[in-house]
Design a protein around this ligand. Structure first.
Ligand SMILES: [Zn+2]
Length: 286
């Protein structure tokens, strides 16, 4: 894994990765918006087939690349120069060029956040090709956090490839020693699986989704079993604070719960950027 050194240094510098992050953030906006709709469409088709009834979905199936993005208000097809990360939103003054309907600030914020995050990954891991793996890990966590926040779903089509990628990267010697990654995945899955069943058997309720097990398993595969407890601690504390704050401000709709995935993902990102030694120091283990 070596290519032209100066070009490599420039592309993998925090600035290079920050620019890459803006573009990836733009793509993540599409994933976060469409993946839940694609899953819903797929579930409807499967249920209809199972029940032997007619599927009322019309038109071509939705995918990440088709149809082209449109303004949800007027259907105006978004042209390439209206789709430049950050710049277009500012140039359009946060409004659709055709109907002037406001465009949510969330789109540029996801782009900016992903840009800053990948720049931080570049700063943390240096200009090595394996830094791109960590960029992929971080970007997938952003998508999962946003989808879970919106829909309380953590799609298998993101968590499972993330888990496999972590195990394969460790096997190829690019990230962690393989046993650290493998036991991280196993313990990550089993720890939340046991909390889930303990909670369910004692209260009869489901305290978290099954996607949370797979997400923590994936983070174990990337960050190692030693980081599971710090990740869980961080996610629980921040999750509890946000949950209480939302209850107090009555922002939480009746019968809905605060998803755990965004806090797991956030905690994982902090652990990745801080590094194992520093994190173990925080919790007094070294
Ligand atoms: Zn419009």
């Amino acid at each position: 894994m070596e290519f032209g050194t100066e070009l490599q240094q420039a592309l993998l510098s925090p600035w290079g990765l920050g620019l890459l992050g803006l573009c990836i953030g733009s793509f993540l906006n599409v994933v976060v918006h469409r993946l839940p709709l694609m899953l819903e469409q797929q579930w409807r088709a499967e249920s209809a087939e199972l029940l032997g009834i007619e599927n009322k979905d019309e038109g071509a199936p939705l995918s990440l690349s088709r149809p082209r993005s449109r303004c949800p208000h007027c259907g105006h097809q978004i042209r390439w120069f209206e789709n430049i990360p950050l710049v277009s939103w500012l140039a359009l003054r946060a409004r659709c060029s055709a109907c002037k309907a406001p465009i949510s600030a969330r789109y540029p914020l996801v782009e900016l956040f992903t840009g800053v995050l990948l720049a931080a990954v570049g700063w943390r891991f240096g200009a090595a090709p394996t830094t791109l793996l960590w960029c992929g890990f971080a970007a997938t966590l952003v998508a999962l956090a946003a989808i879970d926040w919106d829909t309380t779903l953590l799609p298998d089509s993101l968590t499972l490839p993330l888990l496999w990628a972590g195990l394969i990267a460790a096997t190829l010697g690019w990230t962690l020693p393989l046993p650290t990654a493998l036991w991280g995945a196993v313990a990550g899955y089993l720890s939340l699986w046991s909390v889930y069943w303990l909670f369910k058997l004692t209260t009869g309720k489901e305290g978290m989704g099954r996607g949370d097990f797979k997400l923590l398993a994936a983070m174990g595969a990337w960050l190692g079993w030693q980081m599971l407890l710090p990740i869980l601690l961080g996610a629980s504390i921040i999750g509890a604070i946000v949950g209480i704050a939302m209850k107090l401000s009555a922002n939480l709709r009746e019968g809905r719960y605060v998803p755990f995935g965004p806090f797991l993902a956030g905690s994982g990102v902090v652990v990745m950027l801080a590094g194992q030694q520093r994190v173990l120091g925080w919790i007094g283990w070294n």
